[in-house]
Ligand binder design. Structure first.
Ligand code: ATP
Length: 590
């Protein structure tokens, strides 16, 4: 197939705005494409040369492409640059400039689609010293044989700017019309795509094996499965109703979704968008080899940044530190993560996507060996909206975004690539900020681990209730302490140590060590939330709920000048919680 034919189609596609017409043109193009190269036609048409999970990027910079254009056209740098500046599109500039040349030169031979594809592949794969010059050379070679119109599209593809508006979904439409006989088979093509994330492969199988081939497409290790996604609702009652009365509610971790493929010792990690992110997470690779008891498996988990000193979950932004190319080992040490597995899609040759969730979860439990870093997502089975609500607040307070509530009927299969009601996310409608610091009393402590072993890892903090003259817990704080703080805290607290919880303390937490309420520390947090664990303002805002500080941090100020009864009071906390809410409603209405 000649590349000029493809360029003709591109020109036509570019000129239309109706999706139906675009689909018809694609049907026509796919019909004319020889089956052996139909995958390549498809990749080129969406401006790629491989499916995204292969991680091969064309991305030639405009500057480099301009150099190639200058050499291929024989024109001066100034003329090339001026034309590019005038048109703002390297493809259009090439078409215009090469028109002058083509009047005097004859093409040596006509380019085929395969010629172009292979040259682009070579450009993408050329790395290392002298790579830039090599890339330019290959591009000059292509442009020298290209007609002005072909050059236009070659340069747009190579610089990542083809933008015909053809999406994977439009190609699926065209494939189902051409090889499936119409829209009725669209679902089968979509299934094939969802299981492989490779639109070129689906096209090739359709062209070579027909609809039967499409039906035979299976999950395969190394090819990401498009993720199942959740709908959203904002109350426990509505969610349970939609779930048919009962559900599995899981923490919605605020981390990075990973789809992990394991085959023996080989491990590949795909992102939510099917990119291969294995190189960013050598620690995850190790964990999978160690903790996944299966020869072959495809698993899904959420990777969450944790505070190495306390084991507490940190917000999603902390994972950004792992998105670097160099010093990965250092990042792994400084920004450790925990893995929370929530699904299994494939095990030792068996496709589990059609297996109901409760069975998948059972299988998952048998495959994952848990330890300090690895667990299944925290979950409860429930049919009670009050319990669901309570679990939701617990999740928020623990640093999660809320819950993902999942259907547990027999129909609850893994619907790859679909956003549906089998999963419902329950997040808050607002985010708020805690502006003021609070002064809280130390009432307990937790043993440290890792770098903090032998010291306290976190402290249990309480606010004061003057009415009852007691101290009610409001958070567990492990962040913000310097090494010096950690050294001196045991000494400061030693004299107040008692063998059990102090009678004037109320909390739903079990501390390792208890103290007489004496020492006051200044704390700041992200926000004040409802809590089923902490007892501050218990029942005052909501039945069976107290208030807690989310992501609390010690500011560094010891308030030795304050007696415990001078600590922030329950009513002050309630006040802060309400004014937060007020602010949220105000922002919502503006
Ligand atoms: P969001 O931006 O809210 O995370 P999303 O579009 O990425 O939304 P949704 O389907 O709306 O995805 O929500 C599900 C997401 O929640 C998953 O992509 C996953 O990253 C994350 N997640 C966290 N914990 C779980 C869990 N236990 N089960 C499923 N997904 C979870």
């Amino acid at each position: 197939m000649l590349f000029s034919q493809l360029a003709e189609y591109y020109e036509k596609i570019e000129a239309i705005s109706s999706r139906i017409e675009m689909t018809n043109l694609l049907v026509d193009l796919l019909r004319k494409s020889p089956p052996e190269i139909v995958d390549k036609v498809v990749y080129l048409t969406i401006g790629e040369i491989y499916p995204p999970f292969m991680g091969v990027e064309l991305g030639v910079a405009d500057k480099l492409a301009l150099r190639a254009l200058k050499l291929a056209s024989g024109l001066s740098e100034k003329i090339v640059k001026d034309e590019y500046a005038k048109l703002g599109d390297i493809g259009a500039a090439a078409e215009k400039l090469l028109q002058k040349r083509s009047q005097i030169t004859l093409h040596i031979r006509e380019l085929t689609v395969l010629d172009v594809y292979q040259a682009l592949e070579k450009i993408a794969k050329t790395v290392g010293e002298g790579a830039m010059d090599m890339k330019v050379q290959i591009l000059v070679g292509l442009l020298s044989s290209a007609s002005p119109k072909e050059a236009k599209y070659i340069l747009r593809i190579v610089t990542g700017k083809l933008r015909l508006g053809v999406a994977d979904m439009t190609i699926l439409d065209a494939l189902s019309i051409l090889y499936g006989g119409g829209k009725e088979t669209r679902e089968l093509f979509e299934r094939a795509y969802n299981l492989t994330s490779d639109i070129g492969l689906v096209a090739k199988i359709a062209a070579t094996e027909g609809l039967e081939g499409i039906k035979r497409i299976k999950i395969s290790i190394g090819r990401p499965i498009r993720p199942m996604l959740a709908e959203r609702l904002s109350s426990a009652e509505e969610i349970l109703e939609k779930m048919g009365g009962q559900c599995l509610a899981e923490y919605k971790y605020d981390g990075e979704r990973m789809q992990i493929h394991k085959k023996g010792e080989e491990v590949i990690i795909f992102s939510r968008r099917q990119e291969n992110i294995t190189s960013q997470y050598p620690d995850v690779v190790e964990i999978i080899r160690r903790n996944v008891k299966a020869e072959e498996a495809i698993l899904e988990c959420e990777a969450v940044a944790i505070d190495p000193d306390t084991g507490d979950m940190l917000p999603f932004q902390e994972l950004m530190h792992r998105k670097r190319k160099h010093d990965i080992e250092k990042a792994v040490k400084e920004y450790p993560i925990n893995l929370y597995f929530f699904d299994i899609l494939y095990l030792n040759g068996r496709d589990l996507t059609q297996t109901p969730l409760h069975e998948r979860r059972k299988i998952l439990e048998g495959v994952i060996e848990r330890d300090e870093r690895v667990n299944l997502s925290k979950a409860i089975f429930t049919d009670n909206p009050v319990e669901l609500e309570k679990f939701f607040h617990e999740a928020i307070e623990a640093g999660c975004e809320g819950l993902v509530v999942k259907n547990i009927s027999r129909e609850a299969v893994y619907r790859a690539g679909a956003r549906g009601w089998l999963w419902i996310k329950y997040k808050r409608d607002y985010k708020s900020e805690m502006i003021d610091t609070v002064d809280l009393v130390v009432v307990g402590a937790f043993h440290g681990r890792g770098r903090r072993s032998g010291k306290y890892g976190a402290l249990l903090m309480a606010a004061y209730d003057p009415e009852k003259d007691i101290f009610q817990s409001v958070c567990k704080v492990g962040s913000g302490f310097t090494d010096e703080d950690l050294e001196k805290l045991p000494t400061i607290l030693e004299q107040y140590k008692i063998p059990h919880k102090h009678p004037r303390v109320e909390t739903g937490m079990e501390a390792d060590v208890w103290f007489e309420p004496r020492i006051v520390l200044e704390i700041i947090g992200a926000e004040i939330t409802l809590s089923p664990i902490h007892r501050a303002a218990w029942g005052k805002i909501k039945e069976d709920s107290g208030l807690a500080i989310r992501f609390p941090r010690f500011t560094g100020r010891y308030r030795f000048d304050k007696s415990p009864e001078d600590a922030t009071t329950i009513s002050e906390l309630i006040q802060m919680y309400r004014s937060q809410l007020k602010k949220i409603t105000e922002t919502a209405t503006t």
